[in-house]
Design a protein around this ligand. Structure first.
Ligand code: 4AD
Ligand code: MG
Length: 467
């Protein structure tokens, strides 16, 4: 039986004697006196298929083109492998080169290349072991997100990319305009006249789909978004991107406790799915990027997350005999050094922190009766810090009106952009909650990759929007 164009993954499972045709890109080629070994990948599995090419079977001119990066198609029969890395090889009787890759100028070399260099060649880093594993895990993780929510009756909502409201109220948005930015139309007072812009008002790329998800939760009960979000924060860190993907569930009839419980179940579910189906990729990450990766993930799945309040977190941090770059007192935001201290040194597992001071959290969070804190939760993870941010939502109209007015005054935004958001509290409002998981932060956690730029196909960060 000829497996026409089967995936390498499936060909690797064939028994000796089977005929097969493999298509893919050459990883390595090694010459011996009477034969070549050529490793071919089509991205379908961590393991490559080894072609055994006897010199008298294939002409020299063809073999000269079979170099790293070339796209080839090879037919033959499965034989027991002479090597010990794989049980079988494909002994080739017919070989075609679809596209050669000049070895003198091709970017990838046989030796291990550093991740920074590979970032500059994102059009070829996809063919390396590391990025093969990264993007297979990413694919499985995305699917697991849908499996989790769909199996619980949540409805997927496509929230808009272009918006007039600043969902986080943090003023970190990219503007969308069709104006000639050198000469925008101006009104009588000399101000830019956005009434003449494409949308008739200032518009931006969304920082979060949450506010629109709330509309849907108050009609469909349990919903989630999964889409790209954009933040113009100029933070050149290993944990921030200007364009990243976020998963945002939103649940009606749900308070902060329900929100916390869902977040924990969700994280455990998606970790288990990847551990089950991407075992070989995770073993690779453990070997080369994080020696403790798999035991750490197993530990997360097996144990309850730690639950503490912000006030307790501040006591732990200030009580520690450590020198902090950013000293903490009640009221200051926690920095990554504090988040890592709590998760890596104090509890050694994910920690859910609730009850943050209202001043450091978004306007939409439900204020507690103490007048100082909000029903916020951040899930912090070892190595990563904040991986999830969420809250119960402010559902009291008067309170929310005050907070919207305050934040519009701070950032000079138009309160009219939040009219519909306020009306959700006026007509059929109910207690509701949700959270946002940063998809790339989760990818970092699952793979042990230490820079967020290496877990997204085409990273966007200050000064970089290539490809
Ligand atoms: O804490 P954040 O800002 O929360 C929200 O956007 C809410 N609207 C979520 C909600 O309640 N529906 O962001 C949520 C998560 C963070 O915990 C982090 O994992 C990730 O998004 N995140 C980023 N990931 C990569 N690059 C950035 N610049 C990020 N900013 C936030
Ligand atoms: Mg946050």
């Amino acid at each position: 039986m000829v497996e026409k164009g089967g995936y390498v993954r499936d060909i690797l499972a064939l028994a000796p004697g089977a005929e097969a045709t493999a298509r893919g890109w050459v990883k390595t080629r090694t010459e011996f006196p009477a034969h070549y070994f050529v490793k071919v990948s089509d991205g379908s599995s961590f393991a490559d298929l080894q072609l055994l090419v006897e010199k008298d079977a294939i002409d020299e001119a063809t073999m000269a083109q079979v170099t790293t990066g070339a796209c080839v198609e090879a037919s033959g029969v499965i034989v027991p492998s002479a090597g010990k890395e794989q049980p079988t090889d494909l002994k080739v009787s017919r070989l075609a080169v679809h596209g050669a890759a000049d070895p003198a100028t091709y970017y990838l070399q046989k030796k291990r290349m550093n991740l920074e260099t590979l970032r500059e060649i994102a059009h070829f880093r996809t063919r390396t072991n590391t990025f093969g594993a990264v993007f297979r895990v990413r694919n499985r993780l995305a699917f697991a997100v849908h499996e989790f929510f769909q199996s619980r009756g949540f409805m997927l909502v496509h929230s808009p990319i272009i918006t007039a409201s600043d969902a986080e109220g943090a003023g970190q948005m990219f503007q969308v305009t069709t104006f000639d930015i050198g000469a925008p139309p101006r009104d009588g007072g000399g101000e830019v006249d956005f009434g003449q812009d494409f949308f008739g008002r200032p518009s931006h790329l969304t920082v979060s789909g949450q506010l629109e998800a709330e509309i849907f939760a108050l009609a469909f009960t349990n919903v989630y978004t999964f889409g790209p979000t954009f933040r113009a924060e100029n933070s050149n860190t290993a944990r921030h991107l200007a364009e990243f993907w976020m998963i945002e569930p939103e649940m009606a009839f749900c308070d902060l406790d329900g929100d916390k419980a869902l977040a924990e179940d969700f994280l455990k579910f998606i970790i288990e799915a990847v551990m089950r189906d991407c075992q070989r990729d995770l073993e690779f990450f453990q070997q080369f990027y994080d020696k403790q990766l798999i035991p750490t993930l197993e530990n997360v799945v097996a144990n309850r997350f730690e639950q503490i309040t912000y006030t307790e977190a501040v006591e732990l941090i200030t009580g520690a005999k450590k020198k902090w770059e950013y000293p903490v007192r009640w009221g200051t935001d926690l920095q990554s050094e504090h988040e890592r201290f709590l998760t890596e040194e104090v509890f050694r597992k994910p920690v859910v922190v609730t009850g943050y001071p209202k001043e450091i959290k978004a306007f939409y969070m439900r204020e507690n009766d103490d007048g100082r804190t909000v029903r916020a939760m951040d899930v912090l993870a070892p190595r990563i810090g904040e991986i999830i941010g969420g809250s119960q939502r402010e559902d009291r109209l008067e309170v929310l009106e005050r907070k919207v007015a305050e934040q519009c005054a701070t950032h000079g935004t138009d309160p009219e952009a939040y009219r519909w958001y306020l009306e959700l509290r006026k007509y059929g409002g109910v207690e509701h909650s949700g959270f946002g998981l940063g998809f790339e932060r989760m990818m970092m956690y699952l793979t042990g990759m230490s820079n967020i730029r290496d877990v997204i196909p085409f990273p966007r960060y200050p000064g970089h929007a290539d490809f």
